[in-house]
Design a protein around this ligand. Structure first.
Ligand code: DX5
Ligand code: ZN
Length: 218
């Protein structure tokens, strides 16, 4: 039984057939459904808002792992909870009052996670690590699917894994961007627990088989 989790990102799914894409994921071995929310300010791309999240929630059987790549995340926490977010990830680089935001996410009944852009050191999370269910290490620069994996990420993941172990914490490590069948094994060894996978799944001839292949690595 594989311990690691797969969170397909619908960013590269067929948005003209989003309902059937979500239904396909419902029938897969995936563990979470990753939604990339972009505001065109924090990242140079724009995706979708509350109405779409609500509709996805109405057909998804997987928990929603909502990744906020937006500047004013703290303004909208309740709306994301009401739209159906189970996990809510904010970016360290976009939060002035990160500790308060994390605790507000918890109060609202969601699981808090913090995401770090490739340039941001994991050491900056030391004071909030015990409050986090998960840390999302961006393994590409956020904004687009189908990008190349940043090789320096392994060193960063190992450093974070040591921080978590030294703190005796249960915080999960998630990676996002450029995950393929060729690097997932090495990422598991480095200590990754949850894998966001977009392009590798949605560009596959058989996405269900691809998810099953990604799950089988131990
Ligand atoms: C990028 C997003 C990722 C992306 C998945 O900003 O956060 O979730 O959709 O990336 P790929 O397609 O590389 O798996
Ligand atoms: Zn993402």
């Amino acid at each position: 039984m594989s311990k690691h989790q797969i969170a397909p990102s619908i960013l590269t799914a067929d948005f003209l057939h989003l309902k059937s894409e979500v239904e396909m994921l419902n029938s897969s071995e995936a563990d979470l459904l990753h939604l990339d929310i972009m505001d065109g300010v924090f990242v140079p791309n724009l995706t979708f808002g509350f109405p779409v999240i609500r509709q996805i929630k109405s057909v998804a059987s997987l928990p929603l792992d909502v990744h906020l790549m937006i500047v004013n995340a703290a303004y909208y926490l309740e709306e994301y909870r009401d739209a159906g977010a189970d996990w809510l990830t904010v970016h360290y680089e976009a939060c002035t009052h990160l500790h308060r935001t994390i605790h507000r996410i918890k109060e609202l009944g969601m699981k808090p996670a913090v995401s770090l852009n490739p340039h941001t050191d994991v050491a900056l999370l030391e004071n909030v690590l015990p409050d986090l269910n998960m840390v999302l290490v961006m393994t590409v620069n956020p904004g687009f699917g189908g990008q190349k994996f940043i090789e320096n990420s392994y060193k960063k993941i190992r450093k974070l894994k040591k921080m978590i172990e030294d703190a005796g914490s249960e915080t999960l490590i998630q990676v996002d961007g450029g995950v393929t069948e060729n690097n997932i094994g090495k990422l598991i060894e480095a200590g990754v627990d949850v894998f966001v996978v977009g392009n590798t799944i949605f560009s596959a001839k058989d996405p269900l088989k691809m998810i099953s292949n990604l799950k089988k690595y131990s």
